[in-house]
Design a protein around this ligand. Structure first.
Ligand SMILES: [Zn+2]
Length: 318
């Protein structure tokens, strides 16, 4: 690797730490005083209707409108065409975790299952946008793998007044997975190594959050053969698990970022034996060029085809 690359990665890490201090916007709305009617209500009157009923989004337009306002290069039409639907899990603030299954074509009836996750950190907007772009590609082309896709795993982080890494309770979802000895290691790692960085707070217990719990349950039920988790802005590939790591996807080159108590890669890759590729895009708010988005997509599929073992599903192979 050129020295400049290493230096820029080092700087990105340090610079991100410098940006760690940020104010949590006040979320408590001040109740407005309703002026009382001059005529007293009869005692049998129904309870007053709240001035602002808590309307939860119910349609794809309701979900897509706030999301695309935060996502670079994703239009409302792109989001609607993704045909996402609710998983049944809601964020702490009540926004649905959305997903879509897109199946392999008829030539691949026993296809490898891929779980594709974007935006587990809410301030890595490109990590969600890229997943929407790949969903568009998937819908227009025959596929050799089965895909379960959740482009926005942390909607509350993305939709916060200022997008933020953590969920609505201030928890880093990517430190909230039940790695062995979590209770002992995750809080002490946070205190000792991150010096209690609020952006990396693992919570008080593993899978304490609805968003991380959804990922955990999906791994249990869907049983993916490989997991792709998209992040930004370190501009590298990371890998955990029982397979040969990818050398490069597009311009992104394999370079270990590290193993952390409670991370998805640590949990799935090292303890569940499900390979996890972590894609770190080079910028959290500016999308790579379209050609690079497609190169990453093509290289990712080549690596899956050549390296992800699905021994029970290859009976059709000679
Ligand atoms: Zn991230």
């Amino acid at each position: 690797m050129p020295v400049s690359f290493i230096r820029s990665k080092f700087c990105a890490s340090r610079c991100k730490k410098l940006g760690a201090l940020f104010a949590v916007a006040g979320l408590l709305a001040m109740p407005s005083a309703n002026s009382l009617s001059a005529t007293p209500a009869p005692s049998t009157a129904p309870p007053p209707v709240p001035a602002k009923p808590n309307v939860k989004p119910k349609t794809i337009s309701d979900w897509c409108t706030p999301l695309v306002a935060r996502l670079p290069k994703v239009s409302l039409a792109d989001c609607k065409n993704s045909k996402l639907s609710p998983t049944g899990a809601n964020s702490l603030n009540g926004f649905p975790v959305l997903f879509r299954d897109i199946k392999a074509d008829a030539k691949h009836p026993q296809a490898i299952r891929v779980l594709l996750l974007g935006g587990i950190h809410g301030d890595e907007q490109t990590a969600s946008s890229v997943v929407f772009k790949w969903m568009d590609t998937m819908q227009k082309n025959p596929l050799e793998f089965n895909w379960r896709i959740a482009p926005v795993v942390n909607p509350d982080g993305l939709l916060a007044p200022k997008p933020r890494r953590m969920n609505a309770r201030g928890i880093d979802l990517n430190r909230n997975f039940p790695t062995p000895n979590w209770q002992k290691e995750a809080p002490s790692y946070w205190a000792r190594v991150t010096r209690s960085d609020p952006r990396r707070y693992p919570g008080k217990a593993p899978i304490s959050e609805p968003e991380s719990r959804w990922v955990y349950e999906t791994i249990e039920k869907y049983k993916p053969d490989v997991i792709i988790s998209v992040h930004a802005p370190f501009g590298v590939l990371d890998f955990d698990g029982p397979a040969t790591p990818p050398n490069r996807f597009g311009r992104l080159i394999y370079n270990r970022v590290g193993v952390y108590p409670g991370s998805l890669g640590n949990y799935s890759g090292l303890h569940k034996d499900i390979p996890v590729v972590t894609i770190e895009l080079p910028n959290a708010t500016q999308m790579p060029p379209d050609a690079e988005v497609q190169r990453i997509w093509q290289d990712m599929q080549t690596w899956i085809r050549q390296n992800v073992a699905a021994p029970l599903k290859t009976a059709h192979n000679p």
